[in-house]
Ligand binder design. Structure first.
Ligand SMILES: C[S@@+](CC[C@H](N)C(=O)[O-])C[C@H]1O[C@@H](n2cnc3c(N)ncnc32)[C@H](O)[C@@H]1O
Length: 275
């Protein structure tokens, strides 16, 4: 078995990854590719790392290629991440949208294991508690991600103690989850029914997804180059309803797509409105 990754294979893999998923690795990330590819090499009984890379790029076996692409994603997430997006949702966006008396559609555009989408659904449930007739026309939250593995976890709505303890209050655990015999917890059916998940690559055509009132596109743009990032932001603008809103990650910005959005600053943080 040869576990070394040649410079030529690394470069080819970087090009392929960028073309297929938009993910830009940058210089000197050989160690990362190697550490993520070694388990795949063992799993598919491929004798050396360079051969695995060649096979991935050839796309002869879509399972091998997809597994390699998914292994390069970073799926870090938590409940109510950064707090302020959910405060803006609760205090600014939902009150305005409730007045329209239309079906509410929200997209969690890189949902990872689902915490963001369920945090949105719980925030809406809390809003409805004090605004009884809000969103009677229906609520639809869509979570999408490139990785089919994280989509499986998100769809199961079942979380272990470690992930439950990252950002979720004891009160919300009690009110929005049921306890399973193995100490994991499952999101309540009334929340699950508003949320659906599907695999979706942000480099593909957005139009089959329909129009949204709000898009959460958080902590994913950092992986793309400037050109891809601009294209994704333009596509998000096109799939938003007039005056629809977008929330980015705390360290992300509009870059050259600024003509499509107006930045709105709130006491807790900022969001973007389609112009
Ligand atoms: C760091 S997580 C962010 C999760 C969540 N939005 C949050 O802020 O907590 C980034 C996610 O983006 C997904 N991702 C990476 N490239 C993607 C692409 N081209 N299309 C769709 N999802 C992608 C990864 O699989 C990963 O689950």
């Amino acid at each position: 078995m040869n576990k070394e990754l040649s410079d030529a294979s690394y470069e080819k893999f970087c090009h392929f990854l960028h073309a297929k998923s938009g993910i830009l690795l940058g210089n000197a990330k050989q160690y990362l590719v190697r550490s993520r590819m070694l388990p795949i090499m063992h799993r598919f009984a491929i004798s050396d790392l360079d051969s695995l890379i060649l096979q991935v790029i050839s796309q002869r076996d879509q399972i091998v290629t997809q597994t390699a692409l998914e292994a390069m994603t970073t799926n870090e997430t938590l409940w109510f991440r950064d707090t302020y997006p959910f405060e803006i949702l609760r205090n600014t966006l939902l009150p305005a949208l409730a007045k329209k008396q239309k079906k509410l559609r929200i997209w969690s555009a890189a949902s990872s294991t689902g915490q963001e989408a369920y945090s949105i659904a719980i925030t809406i449930a809390e809003f409805i508690k004090t605004n009884r007739n809000a969103f009677n026309a229906g609520i639809e939250i869509l979570g999408t991600d490139l990785s089919s593995d994280v989509i499986k976890v998100a769809s199961s709505a079942k979380y272990d103690t470690l992930s439950l303890n990252r950002g979720l209050s004891a009160d919300f655990k009690k009110r929005y989850f049921t306890l399973n015999s193995d100490q994991s917890m499952t999101v309540l059916p009334e929340i699950i029914k508003q949320v659906s998940f599907r695999q979706f690559n942000l480099t593909s055509n957005f139009s089959p997804l329909g129009k949204f009132d709000i898009v959460f596109c958080r902590n994913v743009l950092i992986y793309f180059d400037a050109e891809r990032k601009t294209k994704i932001l333009q596509d998000i603008s096109a799939c938003l309803q007039p005056e629809g809103s977008m929330l980015l990650g705390a360290s992300e910005s509009l870059a050259s797509a600024s003509a499509k959005f107006k930045m709105i600053t709130q006491p807790s943080g900022l969001y973007y409105r389609k112009v």
